[in-house]
Design a protein around this ligand. Structure first.
Ligand code: CA
Length: 230
């Protein structure tokens, strides 16, 4: 996986040893990892890094994990951000459920790292399918993120690496309109400075590549907003 394709997981855990074990395992699975020790820091990092998933401890100093979860699930920009809540006891999980914080999954401590990784992957399969090696389909286009191959009506297409990442971003959410800035973040990564016009250049190449075997241009330009697939 190239850096821009790797999903970012934010770990929110105040216990250094537990945080590092999690970070080590997530990095070994190929994820980018960000760490927060407090609820406030977590909320700040979510805005700054736009992670793909949050592993959130219930017991945190000052702002609790439940409050962080509640806040993230209330805001429209972060509502669909998957959250796995960690809690010390099974009764707490019942309480979290009862409070309807909106956490997507719950894991009781001490947890098995293998199981937690499986849950991380399961949630990302739903939200970032291309990043976890899924096969994506849109109309007559098939993208295999494991073999990095793209087919249209069964015929293989030649795509450059940037066009491949653009297409997998589009195919994860057909119909969604992406602004040029959002595409830059997702496809090129936040750390690199790239002009937004570069996006237009690569969209042009992607369109050409998708039509190399015939067929209509499936990429839609949304005036003043950006681009969408379908
Ligand atoms: Ca804790």
């Amino acid at each position: 996986m190239s850096p821009a394709e790797q999903p970012t997981v934010l770990i929110v855990e105040d216990e250094p040893a537990q945080r590092e074990v999690l970070a080590y395992n997530l990095e070994a699975e190929g994820f980018r990892v960000a760490r927060a020790e407090t609820g406030d820091e977590a909320l700040m990092l979510v805005d700054e890094l736009a992670p793909d998933l949050v592993v959130l401890d219930w017991m945190l100093p000052s702002v609790s994990g439940i409050e962080v979860c509640r806040q993230l699930k209330t805001r429209s920009e972060t509502r669909s951000l998957p959250i796995i809540m960690l809690s010390a006891r099974a009764e707490e999980v019942d309480r979290v459920r009862g409070l309807e914080t909106g956490a997507d999954d719950y894991v009781v401590k001490p947890y098995s790292v293998v199981e937690l990784m499986a849950r991380v992957r399961a949630l990302l399969r739903r939200t970032r399918p291309a990043a976890v090696g899924q096969r994506l389909e849109f109309e007559d286009i098939v993208l295999d993120s494991e073999t990095h191959k793209v087919f249209r009506s069964g015929k293989p297409l030649k795509l450059g690496p940037t066009e491949f990442r653009l297409l997998s971003t589009f195919m994860e959410k057909p119909g969604r309109v992406w602004s040029r800035e959002q595409l830059l973040d997702r496809v090129w990564g936040r750390d690199i400075y790239v002009d937004t016009r570069t996006v237009d250049v690569h969209i042009g190449r992607l369109r050409k590549a998708l039509c190399q075997q015939g067929g209509d241009d499936p990429v839609r330009t949304v005036r003043g907003a950006g681009y969408a697939l379908g």
